[in-house]
Design a protein around this ligand. Structure first.
Ligand code: GLU
Length: 402
């Protein structure tokens, strides 16, 4: 089934590269759950990380205006000058980071920026250190670039924090990149300035390693410290750090597909070369919308964040009422990542995949198994769904599992 098609009795093979990766589980499970809904099944979809709020009106208005003004053509590969300027200002005002416009590229979603970055930096056999649990696409994107993911374990007991000695043990002469995602999808862990400083100190002595800082959940964050990334604590790492971000999560703009990367101008230039040979540029209309999102105060953002936190508090307390389930409070994101290890061990279940299927088939609640994020025995539940549906989901899960 995989690897070839048949044509007039002959086998035609796909590339070896494509055989190495699998479909994104978040996307696959979401389409499965949505398909069940279309068939009439009353499924509650807690799979995909996609805000349930509408895109704020001022952003939609900017897109409509762009269409009417004729901004419907190709833009420059790396983004419109207006959006790039808005991104530079965003970095200055929100992150206290200084980038020039030739150090920034706009892509069709943060996902494309990450993909481009890996294609530009990683060669066959290069090692990429990824803290576990990690967002589903990290490891497959590394493999597709020819790299070797080196998983850095974290534990529920240690609050999913990075252990510096363990990180040091993951480094070798082949290490090319360390991928940081904070607040983390799926654990909701924010790596605080102490952890970031320790990581930076280790990297000072390992000068041939790049770092990527995926800040996509920056604004969905309630850790007391406020948001910081590795460049805030270690400006000396600037020319080998790539900061990745986008408007999808903060401004509820997933379908608009606008993400961006900032880093050394030579790295960005290469990402631009690659993009010029693939998608050319992100949608001109979405770029105008993203420019409005970043250039104006988004009054809806604090309300969305407060609502996520309210849902988070509710879901954490509900899940902890189930015997054999442990759910930590997160520092941000719209996910919770409870451990069902004890529950699975005490019941007739093989693993988290088995449990996720049971929840889907018997409770009609769709979630993503932790193993998709490199951590078995856990489930990821997205709380980017209205409170009434969440209450229903919790009731279904509790009555099935209690
Ligand atoms: N990042 C989101 C998630 O983890 C969106 C889906 C995806 O691209 O994986 O659910």
């Amino acid at each position: 089934m995989y690897g070839t098609i048949k044509h007039q009795g002959k086998k035609l093979a796909f590339s070896n590269r494509i055989k190495l990766i699998k479909p994104s589980s978040t996307m696959a499970l979401t389409s499965k759950a949505n398909e069940m809904r279309r068939q009439g099944d009353d499924v509650l979809v807690l799979t995909v990380g996609e805000p349930d709020f509408d895109t704020p009106q001022y952003i939609k208005d900017a897109a409509k205006k762009a269409i009417d003004m004729g901004a419907t053509k190709y833009t420059s590969v790396d983004g419109t000058p207006e959006l790039k300027e808005a991104i530079v200002n965003k970095f200055k005002n929100e992150n206290n980071l200084s980038f020039k416009t030739d150090e920034v590229i706009v892509s069709a979603g943060c996902k494309q920026s990450i993909f481009n970055m890996l294609q530009v930096l990683i060669d066959n056999g290069d090692e990429v250190v990824i803290p576990e649990p990690y967002w589903v696409s990290y490891s497959d994107m590394v493999v597709y670039a020819g790299g070797k993911p080196i998983m850095l374990e974290t534990t529920y007991q240690n609050n999913f924090d990075i252990d510096i000695t363990q990180l040091e043990n993951c480094l070798s002469k082949n290490t090319k990149l360390l991928m940081i995602n904070s607040p983390n999808n799926p654990s909701g862990k924010y790596f605080n300035t102490k952890t970031l400083t320790d990581i930076a100190e280790l990297l000072v002595n390992n000068r041939n390693i790049f770092v990527s800082s995926d800040d996509i959940y920056e604004h969905i964050h309630w850790h007391e410290e406020g948001f910081h990334n590795i460049l805030n604590v270690a400006p000396g790492l600037k020319n080998r750090t790539i900061v990745l971000n986008g408007v999808s999560k903060a401004y509820s703009m997933t379908g608009w597909r606008i993400g961006y990367a900032a880093g050394d101008s030579e790295v960005i230039k290469k990402m631009k070369t690659l993009q010029s040979q693939s998608t050319s540029c992100a949608s001109s209309i979405s770029q105008a919308a993203a420019c409005a999102a970043l250039s104006n105060e988004c009054k809806e953002l604090p309300n969305m964040r407060a609502e996520y936190k309210k849902r988070h508090d509710f879901v954490v307390s509900q899940l902890n009422q189930i015997k054999g389930v442990l759910c930590k409070e997160t520092d941000g994101t719209f996910y919770v990542f409870p451990s069902f290890k004890e529950y699975i061990n005490n019941h007739d279940l093989t693993d988290d995949n088995d449990l996720a299927m049971k929840l889907l088939n018997e409770a009609k609640v769709a979630v993503v198994p932790g193993s998709a994020f490199g951590m078995t025995g856990h489930l990821r539940l997205s709380i980017a769904i209205d409170m009434k549906s969440l209450e229903d989901a919790m009731m279904r899960i509790k009555s099935l599992l209690s």
